[in-house]
Ligand binder design. Structure first.
Ligand code: NDP
Length: 445
């Protein structure tokens, strides 16, 4: 490893000792940069790595809210504006009990390079709270969102910091958050949130964008070896926003999705998952995936298990970080899986990635494959700024173009540096170079 990278890594480890996820994300990016640092000495001379690895700002705040029984709860909120070199901070909000500074920081760091890959003018940020939306009433969710926004609104703005959804935050929550922002600021600033409901200025196809985009990326990747999705069997972990629309597009393009999951376990349906049942359970009833077997004959629910045990050609981790480990990859390979495509952020552990790459399977990293969500978020900002409303098919076509271009950029850099089929390398180099060149161009700020 290049001595400059080694030094920066060691300084980063010392400065962030209790942040293993953040360090995992930093390691993955820096590990790919050797040839870039060697041919561009200015990166070290101008301390570009150090400037990218340190967040521009990190906000932590208390959220007090009252439940339906009148009990007062206290949660902790976060927003990290990691890097605004390419545009306003852009990245989702996550509401999940596991949220802490480490989680938000790794997500915000990943977001810098993902957003850079889209080619659109957006910087990297992320936020959230250690709030568990599960089992909460609509009124409790609304009160929490309003309390969260009392502090967060000071830091937002359509040219400054533009949140969206993530785990536990969908159009319902964005509506409550945006409504409170509007009330507090006395402004209808629609570009300050993306992922809004269509009648609040949201873009058509934003709900579908991350899942659809992941499948468009997979399609482009398979096509490099004259393969397609047609006739393939797939498993998709999770049953939230990304998972549902990933499974939908896979089905539309001729693949059969045989398993999905949530944190309670996995469902297996050998005839192909009925997505209308999943959507109705998860999006309307807010129920558990275990209910699926009651509605679909021939399916079976496996408590506390994941989807990786089921035979498939393609695996799409679409739930959460580090959900796919080396043991799972061994099972997938043993069952004949040929491609793993990340819909979630950093769902595959480093040792699992190493194994996948040593076996020359296709592997698409989330920062490239799931960039469709943020890309359509940026398209939502464009529509809001120009007071326009584009059709579903207009947005979908732009999404397909962006995903193909991200795929081609990754492939370009992996071929240029003689790392064929290494999409992790290609994505990190392509994402990094655009940010690094812009950091350099600003001078020291
Ligand atoms: P949702 O909240 O809509 O769905 C998350 C799904 O993952 C649920 O089925 C949930 O199950 C499951 N899940 C969450 N945590 C765990 C866990 N610890 N163990 C097992 N299952 C879990 O979130 P999204 O679909 O929006 O996000 C999924 C992933 O995609 C995240 O990594 C997110 O960062 C990433 N992503 C999302 C984008 C978006 O546009 N929404 C954009 C780019 C990336 P349960 O209900 O039981 O918790």
């Amino acid at each position: 490893m290049n001595p400059y990278i080694k030094r920066v890594l060691s300084e980063t480890e010392n400065r962030n000792v209790s942040q293993p996820l953040f360090l995992q994300a930093v390691n993955e990016v820096l590990d790919c940069l050797d040839p870039i640092i060697e041919e561009t000495p200015d990166i070290e001379v101008c301390s570009i790595l150090e400037r990218i690895i340190e967040p521009e700002r990190q906000v932590m705040f208390r959220i007090c809210w009252t439940d339906d029984a009148g009990k007062i709860h206290v949660n902790r909120g976060y927003r990290i504006g990691f890097n605004s070199t390419l545009g306003p901070y852009k990245g989702g909000l996550r509401f999940h009990p596991s949220v802490n500074l480490d989680v938000v920081k790794f997500l915000a760091f990943e977001q810098i390079f993902k957003n850079s890959l889209t080619g659109l003018p957006i910087g990297g940020g992320k936020g959230g709270a250690n709030f568990d939306p599960k089992g909460k009433s609509d009124a409790e969710i609304m009160r929490f969102c309003q309390a969260f926004m009392i502090e967060l609104h000071h830091f937002l703005g359509e040219d400054k910091d533009v949140p969206a959804g993530d785990i536990g935050v969908g159009p319902r929550e964005i509506g409550y958050l945006f409504g409170q922002y509007k009330r507090l600021t006395k402004r209808f600033e629609s570009g300050v949130f993306t992922g809004k409901n269509a009648n609040l200025g949201g873009s058509l196809a934003r709900i579908e964008a991350t899942g659809f985009g992941t499948v468009y990326f997979a399609n482009a990747m398979l096509a490099t070896e004259d393969q397609s999705l047609e006739g393939k069997t797939a498993v998709v972990s999770g049953s939230g926003n990304v998972a549902i629309y990933c499974a939908k597009k896979l089905t539309e393009l001729g693949a059969k999705v045989v398993a999905m999951s949530d944190s309670d376990g996995a469902i297996h349906d050998p005839f192909g998952i009925d997505l209308e049942v999943v959507r109705s359970l998860k999006e309307i009833d807010r129920a558990r995936i275990s209910e699926y077997e009651k509605h679909v004959t021939g399916s079976k629910f496996y408590p506390d298990e994941n989807v990786w045990q089921f035979k498939c050609d393609l695996a799409f981790p679409c739930a959460t970080q580090n959900e796919l480990d080396k043991k799972d990859v061994k099972t997938l390979i043993g069952n004949g899986c040929v491609a793993i495509v990340e819909g979630a952020n950093m769902p595959t552990t480093p040792s699992a990635i190493e194994l996948i790459q040593s076996k020359e399977l296709f592997f698409a990293p989330g920062k490239a494959a799931n960039a469709g969500g943020v890309a359509v978020s940026a398209l939502e900002m464009q529509q809001n700024a120009s007071l326009q409303k584009w059709s579903f098919s207009d947005v979908d076509q732009k999404l397909q173009k962006i995903m193909t271009s991200i795929h081609d950029d990754c492939q370009h850099y992996s071929q240029k540096y003689k790392r064929p089929k290494d999409y992790v390398f290609g994505a990190n180099v392509a994402g990094f170079l655009r940010v690094a060149e812009a950091v350099h161009a600003y001078g020291v700020i």
